[in-house]
Design a protein around this ligand. Structure first.
Ligand SMILES: *[C@@H]1O[C@H](CO)[C@@H](O)[C@H](O)[C@H]1NC(C)=O
Ligand SMILES: *[C@@H]1O[C@H](CO)[C@@H](O)[C@H](O)[C@H]1NC(C)=O
Ligand SMILES: *[C@@H]1O[C@H](CO)[C@@H](O)[C@H](O)[C@H]1NC(C)=O
Ligand SMILES: *[C@@H]1O[C@H](CO)[C@@H](O)[C@H](O)[C@H]1NC(C)=O
Ligand SMILES: *[C@@H]1O[C@H](CO)[C@@H](O)[C@H](O)[C@H]1NC(C)=O
Ligand SMILES: *[C@@H]1O[C@H](CO)[C@@H](O)[C@H](O)[C@H]1NC(C)=O
Length: 365
């Protein structure tokens, strides 16, 4: 009799255990399958995963992503130690149901921003209670509220790729929403990628099509900075001669003036306005602090340079260079001969080849 009770107890416990692992398994299975489809649709080959999963759950995620997705997976205990390769595509899978993961993100604050540049595709997975949303619009609004708070100091600018996957527990399907901010302190803009997405076979292709449709639709929105007053730095090394960016009569600060039309074009193209900060030097590094405009970049008091400057390696610590606007060549120079000799010589045709004149314009810095 006792044996029988014990046996039924064991069976009951076993059933409970199976049931628990099944309920939990559904979430982990769902997350793994979604990650496979999403990252395959993005052609991502290696994924960093961050959440509070135990050994069994990690094994499950690892197994699914490597077997079905043929991806490399790395579980990180600490986001501060992540150094993604900026030149290759990568995925970042974050379990938003894990409170400690979100806490760590909050504590990292601005430090996290360095993980947003580069080709990193973020996927946050959400498992909200049943009644938090009904329509797509409500869901997008719910996510914007939630993530405006979570991404308070995070620069999810238009060039970033942040997607939230929300599970619908009733149908076991997913809604994917993309979020970005048009500028640093703006509210997040949601874009619904797909609703009722099921991770069956062919999910990858369906997602690929939805993503292509979305990028066609949202390109214009991502290029509209909504009239943002962009803090922009410029260097005027000879302020006593400065009569405005359009003054071509004066040869001082010509490099800055020559580049300004590009900035103006960019301003109309991306719908922002300028909030100019003028200093007297482009700036160099001295004992880990930069001076001039570069110092303002380091200070984070400006976000754009309304000028051109030389691409020096150490400046890459504080800025990204956009495009080459002026090709500078150096030539052989020698002491200026007396004018009488120059005027009788017929071989001097090109200033840069001959070097017979002093440079007319001050060199850019
Ligand atoms: C992992 O977590 C799940 C859900 O919390 C639990 O059911 C499972 O027993 C855990 N596995 C281990 C090895 O702790
Ligand atoms: C959500 O609703 C479904 C059916 O409506 C129910 O089976 C499930 O237990 C609910 N889940 C939660 C977390 O409340
Ligand atoms: C630029 O942004 C402003 C402010 O949001 C907006 O009113 C205007 O319509 C935008 N211009 C274009 C061309 O989108
Ligand atoms: C570099 O900074 C030190 C003080 O930290 C100063 O004494 C020195 O003059 C600076 N050098 C240049 C080239 O500005
Ligand atoms: C450079 O910075 C370090 C640390 O801030 C400081 O100890 C050192 O005195 C600085 N050197 C100069 C030349 O200012
Ligand atoms: C950067 O900010 C610090 C204080 O926040 C200030 O002392 C320093 O002068 C600033 N540097 C530049 C180049 O503006």
């Amino acid at each position: 009799m006792a044996r029988q009770t014990m046996l039924s107890c064991v069976v009951a416990a076993l059933w409970l255990w199976v049931r628990l692992t099944c309920v939990d398994g559904q979430w982990i299975d769902g997350v793994s399958a979604l990650a496979v489809d999403y990252y395959r649709a993005r052609d991502v080959k290696s994924v960093i995963a961050f959440g509070c999963w135990n050994h069994t759950q990690r094994h499950e995620i690892f197994h699914t992503l490597t077997r079905d997705g043929r991806m490399m997976v790395q579980f990180v205990p600490d986001l501060a130690k992540v150094h993604p390769n900026p030149y290759s595509k990568g995925g970042m899978l974050i379990d938003a149901t894990c409170e400690s993961a979100l806490n760590e993100m909050r504590q990292m604050g601005r430090e996290l921003n360095k993980l947003l540049v580069g080709n990193l595709f973020w996927l946050f997975v959400e498992n909200p209670p049943n009644d938090t949303h009904r329509t797509d619009g409500d869901l997008a609004e719910y996510l914007v509220e939630l993530y405006n708070d979570r991404f308070h100091s995070l620069e999810t600018m238009p060039y970033t790729n942040v997607v939230i996957g929300v599970r619908n527990p009733e149908t076991d399907s997913w809604t994917l929403v993309e979020l970005f901010k048009p500028y640093r302190n703006a509210r997040l803009v949601p874009e619904v990628i797909v609703t009722g997405f099921e991770t069956t076979c062919g999910g990858e292709n369906l997602l690929r099509k939805s993503l292509a449709r979305l990028s066609a639709r949202s390109a214009a929105r991502r290029r509209n900075l909504q009239g943002y007053s962009m803090p922009c730095g410029t260097a005027t090394t000879s302020p006593e001669y400065f009569k405005g960016m359009d003054d071509r009569n004066d040869v001082h600060d010509l490099f800055t003036k020559a580049n300004f039309p590009f900035i103006r074009e960019l301003m109309y193209d991306l719908n922002f306005t300028l909030n100019m900060v003028q200093v007297d030097a482009v700036g160099y590094k001295n004992n880990s602090t930069f001076s001039g405009v570069m110092g303002k970049f380091q200070n984070r008091s400006i976000e754009l340079g309304c000028m051109g400057c030389l691409m020096r390696t150490e400046r890459l610590e504080v800025v990204d260079f956009m495009v080459v606007t002026l090709i500078i060549r150096s030539s052989i120079i020698f002491r200026q001969p007396p004018l009488s000799i120059v005027s009788t010589s017929s071989s001097c045709r090109s200033a840069s080849a001959c070097g017979c004149r002093q440079p007319k314009y001050p060199a850019p810095t």
